[in-house]
Unconditional design. Sequence first.
Lengths: 200, 603
Amino acid sequence: MSQPPDRQEYNITAYTENQVGLLNRIAIIFSRRKINIDSLNVSPSEIEGIHRFNIVITETEEVVSKLAGQIEKQVEVLKVYHNPNADVIWQEMALYKVPTDVIAEKASVERLLRENGARAVVIRKDYTVFETTGHREETDALIKVLQPYGLIEFVRSARIAIIKASDGFNHKLREFERREPGEEVAENEFLNSRDAVFTM
Amino acid sequence: MPGEVNTVSAVAEAPAVAAEATSGASQAPAATSDAVPAASAPLTTGATAVLDILLAEGVDTIFGYPGGAIIPIYDALYDFNDRLNHVLVRHEQGGIHAAQGYARASGRVGVVFATSGPGATNLVTGLADAQIDSTPLVCITGQVFAHLLGTDAFQETDIINITTPVTKWNYQVTKAEEIPEALAKAFYIARSGRPGPVLIDITKNAQLQPFHFAPYVPCTHIRSYRPKPVVRPEYLREAAALINQAERPFVLWGQGVILGKAELEFKAFLEKSGIPAAWTILGAGALPTSHPLNVGMLGMHGNYGPNVLTNECDVLIAIGMRFDDRVTGRLDKYAHQAQVIHLDIDPTEIDKNVPATVPVWGDCKETLPLLTALIEPKTHPEWHERFKGYMAEEVAAVINDELFPTGEELTMGEVLHQLNELTQGEAIIVTDVGQHQMVACRYARFNHTRSNITSGGLGTMGFALPAAIGAKFGAPERPVVAIIGDGGIQMTIQELGTIMQTGVEVKIIILNNRFLGMARQWQELFIARRYSFVDIQSPDYVAVAAGYRIAGRRVEAREDLQPALRQMLAQPGSFLLEVLVAKENNIFPMVPQGCSVAEIRLR
């Protein structure tokens, strides 16, 4: 199946309450439309009690903005942003487990690891675990490098992303806690770029 | 016992919505009870607290069905019999449709009780219906003891996850202390913003557990939830500018006008602007049928002019409607020539199906008066003539034959026409789904808002009988007429038992064409009359009604129709009137699926 040219990776960032069942409520927004989630990270944000979702999907801007709206519509979701890769700084972490004897014997492996920015997390007699962070291609590249040396196990985290243009969520959250929303709490701005139509 | 009730009734006297919350109900469960030192609050069981809270929220009627996991709440209900009217239904689906009918007729939140497992799963169709039709409901289900969750205990089902896609919000309570906050949020969420169904699942231990129940504080704020958008005047100014320069403006309105209780504001807007206005079936009745600016029904079986002229207007003003595919037909040929102004409280509806030139995000109760103030008074006489022309064509081609047939067989339309003559548009009409629904929506006369109760978005057959029961409880002063096909009635016919037991007065008209008529019509028109499993047999409905001690009559001949309708309406108590109508009548006009609204067929 060929992809329409306007489909690309989007990073959806959602700030939510920490509530049982909310993950399902958000996940079914995608599965209902038969959209696959490429990557999903949920973790506590810098604000206590608020969690941050990072969701990566490959879709058109129109589809993503509608999905973001549906997510933000959920009662326990505070705010949703969506950005193409160009608008975020993103990283994935990867762990590689390789036999220690191979590393010890072959100096070339050590060099390869250094070239790929990996560092040892655990060194045992039988195996060593290396860690690296980067974009998908970078963590993939190290798999290829280590494969000939008896890679035992590999794991990669979900993507986390920082929005380049964001001016932080702290001040917005303070607005959310007020009963009367102020003009500066831009909500639903994802709906379109029509000059803060959906601000409240 | 009396002490506990007094604590709450003091709160109950204050209007729930106006009550000032002293603590953020959105905070951790403990926050609400922090308002009063826990130890000084009276000890109450979770079950009794549920009922006290229902009273504090102004609930007067509950539709429900008991069972093992909700027995403690029913036990507490035994002592609330004088303050809460519980309607024992015959099936939980009937219970939730009744609550929907209650909510739609009254504008209040419908309340449902059901037990765990099958009791809870039987609510799913009604939840989906209420979700898509924005009906405020609070459903309370019993659940197995918290320590049994996930063990496949008897009548355990994961109702929270089952209902997540079909509820606006849901929550499982496993401790009695969580009940006040959970229910406060439930009522607030169900009725605010774009309304919808909420389900609260309460484990049996939480119902039985005594806890210190502080005075109840209704919820008025949840930090992550913004039900009331701030209106942006610049978009109202843009909208007004478009309307003021429009030569052929056209208003489409939906249930948002009714949900926003903005009927007067809507009428004032129309009368100043002089714009012709057409309705979606859920919007019917917000403006009286006879109002000169009401040009009829939109959509697949709507009126001729409103469909054709959708593709000729220059400014389309959509108010509280969501451009459902049954309204728009083929989207890529829908109103491309028009500038679109979309007023809606739900931002995800704006630009969802039809891109808006000017989005007016807000509660139409607020936005409409602001818009009315900015527009110039106009009448658009030539444009109205276009609608009249199309209506004359439709009357000649379709409506005359339907309302004043000359053939031997009775038509559904003439039943509606005769009913209009007798009720004069004063009745609440509750319909099921199918051909009779389209006929009823097309031809029933409505003088008042909240008069057309039908399953619009989900198209739930079996909706009408229980919804009519609920509508009568919600609006006891108004006559309620259920119009149901011979297919739909057989889906929830057991609710005749609810009518029998409660004595609620519902007039039931079964339009029996001995077919699942809408499916048959499609098979006739589009699949070369391959009538696959659409011929459905019926029991002797009058005998069935008699078995439930409900009066009934069957009509086959035209001369008996009016006397039978008179008898039905005049006779006190419920009445079932079966009318045998033509077997193979089709509903026209029709926008065939995949066609543009302008390609609407008259025959």
